[in-house]
Design a protein around this ligand. Structure first.
Ligand code: FMN
Length: 130
């Protein structure tokens, strides 16, 4: 999983796809944090993306960097524990102006049953499950 986290952090931006009924939705995201050995992302409960993930946790993210692209497919599970949110906010001090661990909005979610695939035009795909 370290390879996946390193890729996403270096890419800086990834695109998170969710399911909204029969309509795919995608948007740019940047947050990535490892907590208790799991890969977490952060959002706000008020956002449509959060509502979509609560209705259907299946999600996929995609990022591109230096001729390689990564896709991580799995389920995103909300973790409402304060310590998981604090760890995320400590990793992204810039978020602390908008979010705090004890507001009613901050949400962190971790990937479950995830399969990451790192691809390029020149090498065989690398598959990482976590
Ligand atoms: C570079 C970049 C990174 C972003 N990272 C995040 C993020 O990690 N979490 C988040 O909730 N929103 C992030 N956003 C904002 C979301 O893309 C934006 O709120 C989006 O509208 C959320 O999707 P939704 O409208 O379907 O709810 C980021 C935006 C940009 C441009």
């Amino acid at each position: 999983m370290e390879r996946v986290v390193k890729f996403l952090k270096e890419a800086e931006v990834y695109y998170l796809a969710t399911v909204d009924g029969d309509q795919p939705r995608v948007r740019p995201f940047g947050t990535v944090n490892v907590f208790e050995g799991k890969l977490y992302i952060q959002t706000g409960k008020k956002k449509d993306v959060s509502k979509q993930l609560h209705a259907n946790p299946k999600a996929e993210i995609c990022a591109f960097k230096n001729g390689e692209w990564i896709r991580v497919a799995g389920e995103l599970v909300s973790d409402d524990r304060s310590e998981a949110k604090v760890a995320m906010l400590e990793a992204y001090p810039s978020l602390q102006g908008m979010y705090s661990a004890d507001d009613d909005n901050t949400e962190v979610l971790y990937f479950k049953n995830a399969t990451a695939t790192i691809s390029s035009f020149t090498a065989a795909p690398e598959v990482i499950k976590f």
